[in-house]
Design a protein. Structure first.
Length: 383
């Protein structure tokens, strides 16, 4: 089999998954990063550049991983698609609805394959919940709740994520994962959203000078608690540290999503309630569980407990699985779990959820996508 050749734009942080989990028959031939020190640290004998456009111009690159900051996703994604490269685009798809729609149009016009890095669609606990729902154990889903506790939340208020100009807000930047999971397991995307939220804790913490680099790692240490004792936060913080939205999906399912960035613990907790019961995850990675209730009785005694084993790899085993899925899609045409249409709609919920919570909590309707675009992506990106 001919080697499938990969370029990686943004080689630190999320970019490391492309270099860590490539399956056999795939090789990295080019990397790009604005950080020269990061490029110097790449030991492989590959083309290195600080200009991603030089990477896209190379004929020895079949597909690219775009693993850069959120505000660059649209520009780089459109450029890569126009260059004819298969694209792995890290979530969120973009930070505006218009940006997402330009990416969809670029993929449609170029015929190049677009894959979204919503790795939670490959997390074992999410896959187990989908399996249970699809099997009909709890009947037809009617209501969904998700509570997201983020004990490492100060991280997002120490660097570029703290500014609306870079993220729109954390309901989009962080919440796009959970909104996408809600859409996927419910079988439909939101058509209306209303939001509420505020900045109430991290605005009271001391800031770092603008010319001082952030300490990104402190958020993962015990010293990142309690939140009001934190210091060294971003000079500009104009996003919320707690948000909540309600969604009405196109199939009638009603859903709510809540996130808080100053909790002492960390977990995504989903509840799916159907006409014959409900399921809830206890833990979201590693040796976690999914509990099911199908008869009347106390919450303490679920009728079925599904015990999941720990899987190797980042994000509970999702990272190696999603890298493999991208290669199989780009090289072999295997349809993946992820969906550019759903990724766009997750961004739309985040954008309009923020508009709602910042504008009097008024309902916002999700704009439609042209039929030709919907048909193209629903057909596996084939005209």
């Amino acid at each position: 089999m001919k080697t499938y050749r990969i370029g990686v734009v943004g080689i630190t942080r999320r970019g490391t998954i492309a270099r860590s989990y490539l399956p056999p028959g795939v090789a990295i031939t080019a990397v790009a990063d604005i950080d020269q020190a990061a490029l110097d640290g790449v030991e492989e004998d590959v083309f290195k550049t600080r200009d991603y456009k030089e990477l896209l111009a190379r004929k020895d690159v079949d597909g690219v991983f775009l693993m850069t900051r959120d505000p660059l996703h649209e520009e780089m994604g459109v450029a890569a698609l126009k260059a004819g490269k298969a694209v792995y685009l890290e979530k969120p798809m973009a930070i505006t609805i218009e940006g997402c729609d330009r990416l969809l149009e670029a993929a449609y016009r170029s015929g190049a394959k677009l894959f979204l890095g919503h790795n939670m669609r490959y997390m074992p606990v999410v896959l187990k919940m989908k399996e249970i729902i699809d099997a009909g154990l709890i009947g037809k889903v009617q209501v969904v709740w998700c509570r997201h506790f983020i004990g490492y939340g100060s991280c997002y208020f120490r660097h570029w994520c703290s500014e609306r100009a870079n993220t729109t807000g954390l309901l989009l930047q962080k919440g796009a994962h959970d909104i996408d999971v809600i859409h996927w397991l419910s079988g439909a995307c939101a058509r209306r959203v209303v939001g509420m939220g505020k900045l109430s804790v991290y605005d009271k913490c001391p800031r770092r000078p603008p010319d001082t680099p952030p300490d990104r790692e402190i958020a993962w240490r015990d010293s990142s608690w309690p939140p009001l004792e934190q210091s060294g936060l971003s000079p500009i913080i104009d996003i919320e540290d707690s948000t909540m939205i309600m969604m009405e999906l196109s199939n009638g399912v009603q859903a709510s999503y809540q996130q808080c960035f100053y909790t002492p613990d960390s977990e995504r907790n989903y509840t799916f309630i159907g006409t014959h019961g409900r399921i809830e995850n206890i833990g979201d990675h590693g040796a976690c569980e999914v509990h099911a209730w199908t008869r009347r009785g106390p919450r303490a005694t679920p009728d079925v407990i599904y015990k999941l084993k720990e899987v190797e790899g980042g994000h509970g085993g999702a990272d190696p699985a999603i890298v493999k899925a991208f290669i199989e899609f780009a090289r072999d045409g295997v349809v993946p779990n992820t969906s550019p249409i759903d990724a766009r709609n997750a961004v739309a919920v985040g954008v309009l959820g923020h508009e709602s919570l910042r504008g009097g909590n008024l309902p916002k309707d999700i704009p439609s996508i042209p039929r030709k675009i919907l048909d193209y992506f629903h057909n596996g990106q084939k005209k």
